[in-house]
Write a protein that binds this ligand. Structure first.
Ligand code: MF3
Ligand code: CO
Ligand code: CO
Length: 253
């Protein structure tokens, strides 16, 4: 037994609604991601958008996380905490990660944003990380091993000399924010559980500009994960449903 639940038709329908809701928050915030805006302002805008619709921002107070969204700038890999002190500058890249609860079910998605004029190396990292996520999603169908997602991502990413973060993974999702399985984005070298129709999980690779894949979590806030060498990192995330032939991406707008 893998411990991975198969969703019912009713649960799947609610996950579709939650997924679309999460994507709509990213659509809403997009025009606000410009030089001079603070990450706290982005948090406040998203928070108000979410609660005014009767949805719940899942990160807020999740294991003590203090804000409603994650904002991860440049060398921050994930779980960046929005702050009024942190103002986006021309040339920055930022990941905004949105998780909303709608009628008890979670939708989880993140995108990268280019702030102003971004250098080509960073733009390529952002684009290729999106490609890596989609290639990972593309291998998903019933009967495939979870490890095949990581195999596909690492086969693609290898040619660029990037590092794939290992300390964070995609995850099953439903009524619970993070549930089995762990969806690894690198080749773990052995076969994990089999993917089956009706599973719902995220694919959310974090890719570093250098081969260095290790991260360090900020000792003061306990959340902010940064690359150990200061290199930039990119991430994209979708929540996907396994169908009889492949996937349905639930967090598309
Ligand atoms: N949204 C993140 C993920 O993709 C999790 C954030 S946990 C938080 O799994 F506490 F930082 F919000
Ligand atoms: Co996630
Ligand atoms: Co997320």
């Amino acid at each position: 037994m893998s411990g991975i639940v198969i969703k019912t038709f009713e649960e799947i329908e609610k996950m579709r609604v939650a997924g679309r809701a999460a994507a709509s928050v990213l659509d809403f915030v997009t025009p606000h991601v410009v030089p001079g805006v603070s990450t706290e302002k982005l948090n406040a805008l998203c928070h108000d958008f979410i609660v005014s619709r009767g949805w719940v921002p899942a990160p807020l107070h999740y294991h003590g996380f203090p804000k409603s969204i994650c904002t991860s700038v440049n060398n921050v890999v994930c779980h960046g905490i929005p702050s009024g002190q942190e103002v986006l500058c021309d040339g920055d890249v930022v990941n905004i990660d949105i998780t909303v609860i709608v009628d008890g079910f979670h939708g989880d998605t993140s995108r990268m944003f280019l702030v102003g004029d971004v250098d080509e190396k960073s733009r390529l990292l952002v684009q290729r990380t999106h490609d890596a996520m989609m290639l990972g999603i593309d291998v998903v169908k019933p009967g495939v091993h979870f490890n095949d997602i990581g195999v596909a991502i690492s086969a693609f990413v290898k040619q660029f000399g990037y590092g794939i973060v290992r300390d964070f993974a995609g995850h099953g999702i439903g009524r619970v924010f993070h549930e089995p399985p762990n969806v690894l984005h690198y080749d773990a070298g052995f076969s994990r559980a089999l993917i089956r129709e009706g599973m719902i999980f995220t694919v959310e690779p974090m890719i570093n500009m250098t081969q260095e894949w290790r991260v360090v979590v900020d000792a003061r806030d306990g959340w902010t994960a940064r690359t150990v060498d200061g290199a930039r990192s990119a991430q994209w995330e979708h929540t996907v449903l396994v169908t009889s032939t492949g996937t349905e991406i639930l967090t598309q707008s």
